[in-house]
Each structure stands twice: as C-alpha cells, then as structure tokens.
Write a protein of this length. Sequence first.
Length: 369
Amino acid sequence: MKQLQIVLLHLTLALFSEAVAANSTRTYYIAAEEVLWDYAPSYPVNPMHNAEFNEEEKVFVGGNNTDLIGRQYYKARYIEYTDASFSKVKERPPEWRHLGILGPVIRANVGDTIKVVLRNKIENMPISLHPHGVLYRKDSEGTHYADGTSGDDRKDDLVEPGETHTYLWQVPERSGPGPQDPSSIIWLYHSHVNEVVDTNTGLIGPIIISRRGVLQKNGKLKGIDREFVVLFTVLDENKSFFLDKNIDSFAPAASDKKEDEDFVESNLMHSMNGYVYHNLPNVTMKQGETVRWYQLSLGTEVDLHTPHWHGNTLTENGHRVDVVNLLPATHVTLDMKPDNPGIWMYHCHVNDHIDAGMMASYEVKPRQR
Ligand SMILES: [Cu+2]
C-alpha cells in the first residue's frame, strides 16, 4: 500500500513538473521606429499586368515631386530586436516577409505568459502597445484614459521617446481558441496613445494564440505547414503622425492643399500589410499542405473588406468559403488545403478597393511527383 502511495506521489509530481515546464514566459523586445515605407516597390510596373501603372493607379503610387506624395511615406513600425540592448534587429525569416509593415508576430500557447519590452525610438511621438484578447492588468493595457490609475499603473499608457516599458500579459483559456475555433486564433496589438493617428502611422501587429502544446519548440504549429497573416486596411496617410514631413519631403507643392479632395484621396492607401497592387511578397505554399490564413482589419467606415482567394477554397470554423467578411478590428482564422497549383489572385472583393489596389496574389507550387 505504502509503495503504491509513493508511486502515485511520484506520478503526481512528474505530471505537475511537466505542466509547469510546458508553460513558458515568451519575451519579445520590440522597438517603435520611424521608417521610409514603400507601398509599391515594383513601381513603375504593376505586377498584376506586368505593365506600367496607368493614370488612375498613379493617383496612389505615382506622385513624388508633384502635388501628390506617391508611393513612399515616412511611417512608424514595430521592429523586433534580439535582446534588451536593442542593438541587433531580429531578422525576419522568408516565411514571414509577407508581414510587411506589421510588427512581429507575438505568439504563445494557452497557459503561457507574454512579456513585451517596448522601446520608443521615434522622435517626438509618444506611443504604447495595447493588445487585444490576452489578459492584462491596468499596468499593461497601454491605453491612456480616465480609468482611475496613477503612478506605476500608468507608465504603460504613454511611452515617451527614448523610454522603455515592459508589458506583462497572461494567456488563460479565454484568450485562446474557443470550442468552435481552429487550434490557433489571431488578435491585434497596436499603439493606443492616439489610436487613430498611431494605427494610420503604422504601429500595428498580430498576436497568435494556440491551444496548449500546439505551438512547438521549433516555432511551428502542430499539424500546420504554413501560416499567413494579412491585414486589410485603408491606411489614411492624411491622419499620419508624419503627414507634414511627408508633404515637405515628397510633395512640397501640396503644402497648402491638405484639404484638397484629390490630395486627400491620393493618400488613402488601400493596402494588404502595407502593400498595394500585387506587391505583397512571398505568399507561397505547396499543393496538399495545410495552410492557416489569419485575416485582420482595422480602420474606419470604409474598412469593410471581403478577402477573396481565387483557385482554392477554405474552411472558416467548419464552413466552406472563398470569401470572408471583415470589419474594423475584426479577425478571422481559416484553413486551406490547396489542391490547385498556380499563381492565383488574392484580393479584397469590394469594387472601390479593387480599383484602389487592395490586390495581391498567392502561389501554390505543384506537388513533386
Ligand atoms: Cu476592402
């Protein structure tokens, strides 16, 4: 009897220590930085037709030294570093290059803890990092409003230039996939000092939370060959923190035209991860793989988006689709088992957004025989 008790005790201890070991703290070093962003690196060629951009498309990408700004804008981005010294940028691997302007993927399994060390490297612009979905207390919410907090509980709300703040978030069951969800789901994070300005300036990123044990040591999800994260949003450069700098740098002739209808229109960048007109890079997979697609949106009343995949179909929580619905700050996770090789169009199906360049493609490479 005594022996049995000892065996049971050992078994309990072993299970307990495994459970403890399986839960980890995942630390991210992220700096907010000013960058020169290019919405259409392919310019002057529109890869969709393999021909030069036409006059209508040039409204958005053709400016620079005219009275329109063009395809390049100063923006802000969340950039990942290797450690707390913030001296070495963590290189983005090829499979994540499609993230474009988005910050690094912050990810965890249910049961983990997420720690984000945020450094503000932008001159003059206070920023923060506000997450959706995960469990944060008042000292890690990253939003400035009259919530009754003060002192250390407020330091997360507004990180001044040159300053650093550490955010701590828990990942309980209620932050992970629900009963009808796939094995992982996506949330947004973004700066929330002046939400509208901060997000239009580019301070946005994804959080992926998976069920216990699904995210493996190699950084991949069990049973999933590839993941793609795509944010559909009309980045409104008229509301960017850097609007004046962009006008001075790229369209000095527009300095007195900020309210001009054509000028305003030309700064509405209908983008997928900060790219327009088939510039979204590296969306490549193999026939027969299991591919997880996370779709995000953010923005205002024009930001109703309907991502559409040509050539293959997907499942959205058990329903078969080739189009999904997005509204500002909503998210959808889908799975695709591509059976149809080729280069396929992948775009927002809203007519006005098609014209304005919310277009991309993905490639399914044939299975090797
Ligand atoms: Cu759209």
